[in-house]
Design a protein around this ligand. Structure first.
Ligand SMILES: [Zn+2]
Length: 467
């Protein structure tokens, strides 16, 4: 609705009026997000353990997570201010026509006819991505080698950083280059007449499903090493749990060579997770993942995304011929489809932010459902222990601002999840009592060792559940 209204409005406005509307949208969103950052920043400055966290985490852990979050937050301000200024300047000073004419010159120099719009769009987008990549390097370097390094999270070498960057850029080009050209071609040729947007939609959906299909087997291994979990107590326990579900293979992934954060988005266990959790919480986390699968969360998300995209594309089909979409961005003599798309999404900015907000709201419901699946299997206490352990070791945000988390978070906060689980803090184990062994320690004990004299449990001591 918003988008339709805006495009009708856009038709009656002057190019500069439309441009200023776009700038206004970008600025409004940027300023609102900065406001949220400030609110959250103030919450990170709290030094004293909030009463609701007493008994859940140690004061020292809270303090460390606040320190880490503050450092990230300061860096975030610099990044946000930079990118907001950049976006506004790009719009006001005509960065798009500049890149477009640069692409034309590059083509002319290579004796390619600059009037070939699809090739020119591809060249322009490569130039733009190259610029973005270059500008991103200092930020990336600071993040990994100064910020994360300081808190012991960085496991990446400088070489690995650049190798990953190269791989990612190549992959982007190989995957999204052909998609973009095909999409622009469909629009340019109006394949399917006035229903050309249906073909565009089918193309995008097909691409989305393809990437989801090949991601785990073909793409992810480009960046991380996957190994089958070795036989032993951990694998047996997981297999026993998985027997009721079509989970065929259990892998571990060497996420920790890059970063010591854990993430359990796929039913692939990061080795950091194995090092952080004891067996009970690990199985509870797996039950949470099984919950996502049982409820078909992935397919529901993809389905709704497909519908939203259909709506957006249908609106774009109505707007694509409006001259003001092109003149607003400084294109007076030509109407490249790619510029029309950029204009359209700039004007749809507020709607996109709203969609993002609802998507997070919905995603948090899914997380509660997945947690409830673990709870139904009698694992609430273990899952709660696991969530606390992960949060402590990742120095996660323990004092979230309600508006900030409502807008940005795809997961409920730690306290919200513990409350929903009915989790109770465990009584403290007596001083000197051995800590519960982590899954990684169990695996090390179970591993066949050619050298019988080697010390047992060589894995680093993790926190695990205190049960
Ligand atoms: Zn989840």
């Amino acid at each position: 609705m918003t988008v339709l209204l805006l495009s009708t409005l856009a038709a009656s406005l002057s190019p500069s009026g439309v441009l200023h509307t776009m700038v206004g949208f970008v600025l409004a969103a940027g300023v609102f997000e900065l406001y949220l950052d400030v609110r959250q920043h103030l919450n990170f400055r709290v030094k004293k353990l909030p009463p609701q966290l007493v008994g859940v985490i140690e004061e020292k852990d809270f303090w460390q997570s606040q320190e880490y979050s503050l450092a990230k937050s300061r860096f975030g301000f610099v990044q946000s201010l930079f990118s907001l200024t950049e976006s506004v300047c790009f719009l006001l000073f005509g960065a798009l026509p500049f890149v477009w004419s640069l692409a034309g010159k590059v083509m002319a120099a290579a004796s390619i006819d600059p009037d070939r719009e699809l090739v020119r769009s591809l060249v322009a987008s490569i130039i733009y991505d190259f610029y973005e990549g270059l500008v991103g390097i200092p930020f990336g370097l600071y993040q990994h080698f100064v910020l994360e390094e300081r808190f012991g999270f960085n496991k990446m070498t400088l070489k690995q950083f650049f190798v990953d960057l190269g791989k990612q850029s190549l992959l982007d080009l190989v995957l999204s280059g052909p998609l973009m050209v095909a999409l622009l071609w469909l629009v340019k040729r109006r394949v399917g007449g006035e229903f050309f947007f249906l073909w565009v939609w089918l193309l995008v959906i097909g691409f989305m499903f393809l990437v989801n299909l090949i991601y785990p087997t073909l793409l992810a291994p480009l960046f991380n090493k996957f190994t089958k979990l070795p036989p032993g107590r951990v694998r047996s326990a997981i297999e026993e749990l998985a027997a009721h579900f079509p989970l065929t293979e259990v892998y571990q992934m060497d996420g920790s060579t890059r970063s010591a954060h854990s993430n359990n988005k796929r039913v692939v266990l990061y080795d950091t997770l194995l090092a952080q959790l004891s067996l009970g919480p690990l199985l509870a986390v797996l039950m949470h993942e099984v919950g996502h699968w049982l409820h078909g969360h992935l397919w529901k998300r993809l389905g709704v995304l497909a519908l939203v995209m259909l709506g957006m594309l249908a609106l774009f089909a109505r707007a694509v011929n409006l001259p003001v979409l092109y003149t607003a961005l400084g294109f007076h003599n030509e109407r490249p489809v790619v510029v029309g798309l950029a204009s359209f999404f700039l004007l749809a900015g507020p709607a996109m932010h709203l969609l993002g907000f609802f998507s997070n709201l919905w995603s948090r419901r899914f997380e509660y459902q997945a947690d409830a699946n673990a709870a139904a299997a009698g694992m609430s206490q273990d899952l709660g222990d696991g969530l606390v352990a992960i949060s402590v070791q990742n120095k996660g945000n323990m004092n979230p601002d309600w508006l900030y988390s409502m807008y940005h978070y795809s997961h409920p906060t730690l306290l919200e999840r513990l409350r929903a689980l009915g989790w109770q803090p465990r009584p403290k184990s007596p001083v000197g009592a051995p800590a519960e062994r982590t899954a990684a320690q169990l695996m090390a004990e179970d591993a066949p060792r050619p050298d019988a004299g080697a010390p047992r449990g060589a894995a680093p001591a993790g926190r695990g559940g205190a049960n």
